[in-house]
Design a protein around this ligand. Structure first.
Ligand SMILES: C[S@@+](CC[C@H](N)C(=O)[O-])C[C@H]1O[C@@H](n2cnc3c(N)ncnc32)[C@H](O)[C@@H]1O
Length: 387
């Protein structure tokens, strides 16, 4: 199947929506950038909903967000889907299985790994409902929310229980770092590298093997959980080519340089640096296709859409290079602080972030990154239908 490629334009107002105060540095900018990225995907989700069968049986319509995180974006994603579905039912009275003119009830499953802060998520749901009520929105989105803990690489829901699954920006998180990558006697050992850009072929192969197993496990679990005719929207980081390894944002390539500098200066022990490896892997298209082919009797691939430049275009239009470097470092801080702190500790992580920002500033000044050109890394979205 051909991949539809969308080059998304940055809305002019985008940069102005972002507040760059220090206290926001840790999460707010990253969330805002993520929201912008997520908005780019919504038309694909709406298209899926507009073509979904409305004949869903007599119970509630069940929607699952796998790897949902705990931010206002999580709520916006779910409520946008439910709102669109409700509108379809309203526009098509008498089209459900009972011939009823009622909009059905909705059940929302929010899935995250164990240990995530579901209390915050449920507070955000309440805030969203209260805000809608205060604004007198009689048609506020109504749904029954449930938390589902556990890895989406395992079964998380009962058989044939869900009509629509979404998973955004999560499937490039693999279930574990391949053992060989941590073994200094293995050709796949990734010592000296903190990501995969300059890693050996053997390291990439080890990651690819784990990522393939994970995707197989994910699709097997969803094959069991989705009702026949149910749909799935997945979007995750991917890459054009197996080699070289290039991901969504070129700034990630600066990370390793900074870690090496800190190791040379004795700020971080070399073996601590060597034992850090990414838990993310951006599959190449051919790796994704191989797994989809294996599932061809179970899932129909309805659409494949490619989104490019989503992170770098967040920065275009901002001419102040210092602000661009700060925004870029803030995205990294929001996404990776927790992971880095648990491995390197708070002091070293903070030093890393500071140094990263300086590096990015130098690179941006010399036009080394975020030049106006297509990047090789991208987000791939798939719409799949359970046969
Ligand atoms: C970048 S966030 C994306 C959050 C949200 N879906 C969004 O689009 O804004 C990725 C989330 O996936 C979760 N995640 C990663 N691996 C997972 C797994 N195996 N099972 C469930 N959640 C997982 C992480 O905890 C993280 O919160």
């Amino acid at each position: 199947m051909e991949i539809l490629e969308l080059m998304i334009k940055r809305p002019a107002a985008y940069i102005e929506q972002v507040t760059l105060t220090p206290e926001d540095g840790r999460g707010r900018y990253a969330r805002t950038a993520e929201r912008y990225v997520l908005n780019a995907f919504l038309p694909v989700v709406y298209d899926l909903i507009d073509h979904m069968s409305l004949q869903v049986g007599s119970g509630a319509i069940a929607i699952a967000d796998l790897g949902c995180s705990m931010s206002p974006n999580t709520i916006t994603n779910m409520e946008s889907i439910i709102k669109r579905l409700s509108e379809r039912y309203r526009a098509n009275p008498g089209r459900d299985s009972e011939g009823s003119e009622e909009v059905p009830e909705f059940q929302a499953f929010f899935n995250e790994l164990q240990g995530h802060d579901f209390n915050t998520l449920f507070q955000l749901i309440n805030i969203s409902k209260t805000t809608a009520a205060e604004q007198g929105d009689g048609e506020a989105v109504q749904y029954f929310a449930s938390a589902v803990t556990g890895s989406f690489y395992d079964r998380v829901l009962p058989s044939s229980s869900v009509h629509l699954v979404m998973s955004s920006l999560a499937l490039h998180w693999i279930s574990k770092i391949p053992t060989a990558v941590l073994d200094s006697n293995s050709p796949a050992y990734n010592g000296g590298h903190t990501d995969l850009h300059r890693s050996s072929r053997a390291t990439l192969d080890a990651y690819a093997e784990q990522a393939e197993k994970d995707l197989v496990d994910f699709l097997s679990a969803r094959a069991a959980e989705l009702v026949t005719g149910g749909s799935m929207f997945l979007v995750f980081g991917a890459r054009d080519h197996y080699i070289p390894y290039r991901v969504v944002d070129e700034s990630f390539e600066a990370h390793e340089t900074v870690w090496n500098e800190l190791a040379q200066e004795g700020e971080v022990a070399e073996d601590l640096r060597d034992s850090f490896n990414p838990l993310t892997y951006y599959r190449s298209f051919s790796e994704v296709d191989k797994v989809l082919h294996a599932f061809r009797s179970v899932f129909e691939v309805v659409t494949k859409t490619l989104f490019r430049n989503l992170i770098s275009i967040c920065l275009q239009g901002e001419s102040d290079v210092k602000k661009r470097a700060h925004m870029c470092a803030s995205i990294t801080r929001g996404m990776y602080s927790n992971i880095l702190e648990s491995h390197f500790g708070e002091r070293v992580t903070s030093l890393f972030m500071h140094r990263l920002q300086q590096h990015l500033l130098e690179r941006i000044k010399s036009n080394n990154i975020y030049a106006d050109r297509a990047h090789q890394g991208c987000f791939l979205s798939l719409v799949l239908r359970r046969k």
